[in-house]
Design a binder for this molecule. Sequence first.
Ligand SMILES: Cc1cc2nc3c(=O)[nH]c(=O)nc-3n(C[C@H](O)[C@H](O)[C@H](O)COP(=O)(O)OP(=O)(O)OC[C@H]3O[C@@H](n4cnc5c(N)ncnc54)[C@H](O)[C@@H]3O)c2cc1C
Length: 299
Amino acid sequence: MLMVEKIHHWRGEMKVNEPMSRHTSWRAGGVARRFYTPADVDDLCEFLRDMDPREPLLWLGLGSNLLIRDGGFPGTVIHTLGALNGLEWLDAVTLRTGVGVTCAKVARMTAQQGLTGAEFLAGIPGSMGGALAMNAGAFGGETWNHVAAVETVDRKGRLHKRLPEEYRVAYRTVEGVADEWFIAAQLVLQPGDVATAQSTIRELLARRGAEQPTNQYSCGSVFRNPPGDHAARLIEAAGLKGKTLGGAQVSEKHANYIINTGNASAADIETLLNQVQGRVEQLYDVRLETEVRIVGEHA
Ligand SMILES: Cc1cc2nc3c(=O)[nH]c(=O)nc-3n(C[C@H](O)[C@H](O)[C@H](O)COP(=O)(O)OP(=O)(O)OC[C@H]3O[C@@H](n4cnc5c(N)ncnc54)[C@H](O)[C@@H]3O)c2cc1C
């Protein structure tokens, strides 16, 4: 159904029926009915104030942890990348970063400043918004270990400042106030030195390149590791490495990755994911939970 907007003063960019395959690292999926890139925080607040309160909303950074089904997203996607991208040092060890900044940029900036703690972010191909929402982590580091405060916006376009104590943060999950989204975070790092931080980044990126299919379309790890085990180990033990469905394939290099070999539909990916989950459960009585977020309508 075509919505008629009331007269508005937004300064951001609105697209209609935007293919989400352009905005997700799996390069698959249907269209978003509306796709809005705000000009800045004030513009975002105004946009939210104007919006129908029942409108389904999906916040999007770099789409590196999202599967949007082939039937698309029947609401509005808020695209933060390149929009909410402020970066500011609040003191010698505290960086305020907008959620549209990439994880890689935060890793580079903090290393250049001679600080340590954020090197793990270098190889996570997402935005800081996605990292906050997912508590992204790698090689022993986790996003929320460094969060001193976050700034959020609610559905009515009101801004809030919140402390970590207001969230339940765990391995790849963050639960907080419903219908509130991140717009910025204050990250606190530890004093270190430039050369060591930069060489740690190079080392971690090399390890990733050696262990993961980083040059193929994927969403990183599909499943969370179950307590005391590794999803990749179970999938490999089940003989599923290399298993293919349409254009989707369980990576030969890292069994917890499903890659789009070129023309996978979201349905190919989701069906393969379900088959992997079912087979591992059947063989080992372990129900793998997805780390990737799956949204939207079936075609
Ligand atoms: C090759 C590869 C390697 C990866 N390696 C790792 C890894 O080592 N560790 C790891 O943790 N992850 C990894 N990932 C997954 C992914 O990069 C992270 O989860 C990342 O933090 C997602 O950020 P994003 O901006 O792409 O989020 P998106 O995919 O755009 O969104 C992810 C979720 O966050 C929500 N979200 C996004 N922005 C906001 C916001 N501002 N406020 C509230 N919610 C928001 C979205 O609605 C969605 O539910 C990898 C992915 C790939 C493709």
